[in-house]
Design a binder for this molecule. Sequence first.
Ligand code: ADP
Length: 596
Amino acid sequence: MGIWKLLNRILRYVMPYRWLVVATLLLTLLGSVLAQVNAVVLDRAVDAINVLDQQPSMSWASALRILTIISAILLGKEVLAAVVNFFRRYYGERMRIFVNRDLSLQVIKHVLTFRMAFFTSTGNEAGRLQARIDKGVASTSMAVNSFFIDILPLFTSAVLALVLMFMANVFVGLVALAIVPVYFYVTYIQAERMRDGRRGIYEGQQAVSQNILNIIESIPVVKSFNREQIEHDRQQEVQDRLTNLQLSTRKKSYFFTGMKGFLEQIGTVLVIILTAYLVLIDYPGMTIGKIMYHVMLFANVSAPIRQLHRIYDDLNDALIYSEDLFGLMEGTEEVEQTGDYHPEEVTGRFEVKDVDFTYPNGVKALHDVSMVIEPGKITALVGMSGAGKSTVVNLLDKFYHPDSGEICFDGVPIDQWDTQWLRDHIGLVMQKNHIFDGTIEENILYGNPKATHEDVVRAAKQAFLYDQVMQLPEGFNSSALRLSGGQQQRVAIARLFIKDPAVIILDEPTASLDAIATEQIKASIDAIKKGRTVIIISHNLGQIIDADQLYVLEEGRVVQSGKPAEVYQQGGVYKEIFDASARSMNADKIAEVMDN
Ligand code: ADP
């Protein structure tokens, strides 16, 4: 993206605050004029004092008058400048903060509409996506800052000072002007030389924090395997790389700072020599006060340019990272598709016809899958790990779209369904359910924000969670994150009960529960399954046997289907899985123990 395109896109987010921009710019102009006052006053003052000094009998009254005028102007200007600068900074900062807020909100608002495939694609993993958003928002609002708060004031001040120098004397103006391109050139070289270093430092900092995060997340494994030293060495490696890069980048930066300081001094010396020469040869309009005048004006020309490389860096960053940000904020290709079909009554019948499906990373997970899932019945998906069971569920919930084939819900292709409406009628309990940072009540209410406390209590009772919650000192107001894995699973099941959907999908819902809890949950699922569609993925024989219909998957294909007993009679994968489960449970011995 070029700089003008960037400005154009940023402008859309700045437009709502155009009055702040106008106010900032007017104040900037005023500030720039005020910045030249010192030079003008000192020019006049030196000349006036010089004239006074030359007189044979010096008048103290006149001296006092000059000093009073100088003091009044300088102090008055300083008060005015303080007020102007306060409002200029405040309005400028206000605008930057608002734009930053709008960008952050807009990006999240838009990302929330993206389809699931976006979030599972490489480069969009939680940490990386977050870093991309952070960097994008920070660098884009920094660009707003650079344009409206840095560049404009600095340059109006520099241009004004140059104009005054030219007005006083063309030659001095030319000398000052000649320094500017040299300065620009050095700045350009500096930014180019340091660009890789800066990028490397940013990546290095990310690597360091990512590593710290990994250590904290895997601390039980690190400790139990005594791998502290390995982790420390790994951290040392990324830290060393970062440190070396920081040192070399700083070294370069100081070299350029020194060089620019030197250039500035050369400029100042040239201005002094030239002005002094012009004064000595009595060039018209050149008085001793002009030396001071020119030096001060030249400082106003060079000071802004000193900041140039920082602005250059900021704009470069914005050019690099804002493209991605604008893609996240405005791109349409990742937005989830939705139809508009949303009938009042939902029966809950799925029909999957000849579906092939490939994940965004190229893994082909389903081949020619067909199934019919009836309401009022329990349909179990059986198969070994990686067979494609969860993938089927992902497609039913419209998280992904099939490569080919069709899925119908109540006879209508799910593409034509209003996606939110469809999901409103599907309750999904997964193996690992997300528990949000909040109370147990808030987590259960996530299933239906309009529900009352009584509904929460009822759902908790149905999920056999109520008694356990009541034992906690803060009851339903306790933090849900502190619950055990099994209790969190019950929160997820309570969330399902409070949602009360027509279709219930359970992806190994009792995998992390103990036997008693599993039995209780089975009982409550049995209680609510009437009149609903229940789809269950489970390795638990008890849950599979109870199903009305089985689909057995192997390597993404449906290899067997029918009622559990019939499918068992067919032999094949299901019999293998069934027998192995029974053996692993040591069913014979269990029966023996129970008989005795
Ligand atoms: P199951 O639920 O039967 O254990 P899955 O449906 O989870 O199996 O996985 C089927 C295949 O799809 C596996 O090969 C798995 O590695 C792959 N897979 C699952 N989820 C993703 C994903 N988000 N991206 C890419 N491949 C995936």
